[in-house]
Ligand binder design. Structure first.
Ligand SMILES: O=P(O)(O)OC[C@H]1O[C@H](O)[C@H](O)[C@@H](O)[C@@H]1O
Length: 320
């Protein structure tokens, strides 16, 4: 049985108090949308707890979503922010615990439960309605919504809490993984963010200079980044780096991505041929309007003993 989320009543304005964020579900309970009084919004699909939209106060979309993305739970969403857990990429054959899992694991193909919302003042400026709203989602090994393929391939007891926090100028996503099993387990975590850009040929990515990376389009060879990154062909790199990563277009900073406890950043653009080969990637020249900057912990394994927890987060700020 599919779990129904607790359906919250919208938060409404109370006389004497500034307007509050609103949180609403779609009629079929598959989507939850949170909107700040100043107009910024996020929409999260319970399937995968996938953030599929993030709009600023002028309703300008910040995330890329394929026009052919499946939002009906039949396959992972092509766009937005799919969550990767407990393995990144094709499972390595030499890692027995994850070797039967599908690519990128099962978090993105499971139906999550909505756990609740909370609001807070971001800056104390009530006059401008500078509030934030946090949506919490949960998935555990006991959940009805767990992808059966994941359950069969990864038989550990675990609990995941995923929090999505919208502020006026940034979005934070944070994942807490807890091991509820008697046995230790290994896992990887990644937030597969598809950022929307106008023209990839004008985009530069900075903050990764001198960092080492694994180049997945060059036989997984290890290289060192020199200067800014420009996307001029298929790009699929796993960086190990600290510090913020900025995405600029035409010299203007569009996004600044900061990370908490996530030591890797994947930079991915499929370019012409790979985009053609993905049935759910539309329009085919959409690779020009997107760039994946994916904070994660995927270079090795997080080994969690019984009762241990791992927490990682990204914040994507608009502008510098
Ligand atoms: O097609 P998907 O399973 O969603 O994966 C899309 C992409 O995800 C990451 O960025 C990987 O580094 C890529 O190698 C992969 O192609």
């Amino acid at each position: 049985m599919v779990e129904r989320p607790n359906k919250p009543s919208s938060l409404v304005a109370t006389p004497g108090l500034p307007p509050q964020p609103t949180v609403n579900f779609s009629d079929d309970n598959s989507l939850v949308t949170a909107t700040l009084p100043t107009g910024e919004s996020i929409t999260v699909l319970l399937y995968g707890a996938t953030v599929i939209s993030w709009k600023d106060s002028s309703s300008t979309e910040k995330l890329w979503l394929s026009s052919a993305a499946k939002l009906d739970g039949t396959k992972p969403v092509r766009g937005g922010i799919p969550l990767v857990f407990p393995v990144f990429g094709p499972p390595p054959a030499d890692h027995a615990q994850t070797s039967s899992l599908p690519q990128h694991g099962f978090a993105r193909t499971s139906r999550w439960e909505f756990l609740g919302k909370s609001t807070s003042e971001s800056s104390g400026d009530q006059q401008t309605g500078d509030l934030s709203v946090k949506l919490d989602f949960g998935l555990s090994s006991a959940a009805d919504g767990l992808d059966p393929k994941g359950k069969a391939a990864w038989p550990f007891k675990f609990n995941l809490i995923y929090s999505v926090t919208l502020n006026r100028r940034d979005l934070t996503t944070s994942l807490v993984v807890t091991n509820d099993d008697e046995r230790a387990f290994d896992c990887q975590v990644l937030m597969h963010t598809y950022l929307k850009v106008k023209d990839i040929t004008n985009v530069t990515i900075s903050g990764l200079d001198s960092s080492s990376y694994v180049d997945k389009v060059d036989a997984a060879s290890t290289k060192t980044q020199s200067g800014e990154i420009r996307i001029e062909g298929e790009t699929d790199r796993v960086y190990t780096a600290d510090g913020p990563v900025t995405v600029s277009e035409g010299g203007k900073t569009l996004f600044t991505v900061t990370r908490d406890n996530l030591s890797n950043v994947v930079v991915w653009n499929p370019w012409v041929e790979k985009a053609k080969g993905m049935g759910d990637f539309e329009p085919k020249d959409g690779y020009r309007e997107m760039l994946c900057v994916e904070p994660g912990s995927v270079g090795g394994w997080q080994t969690l003993e019984k009762g241990d927890a791992f927490e990682g987060a990204q914040t994507i700020a608009l502008g510098a």
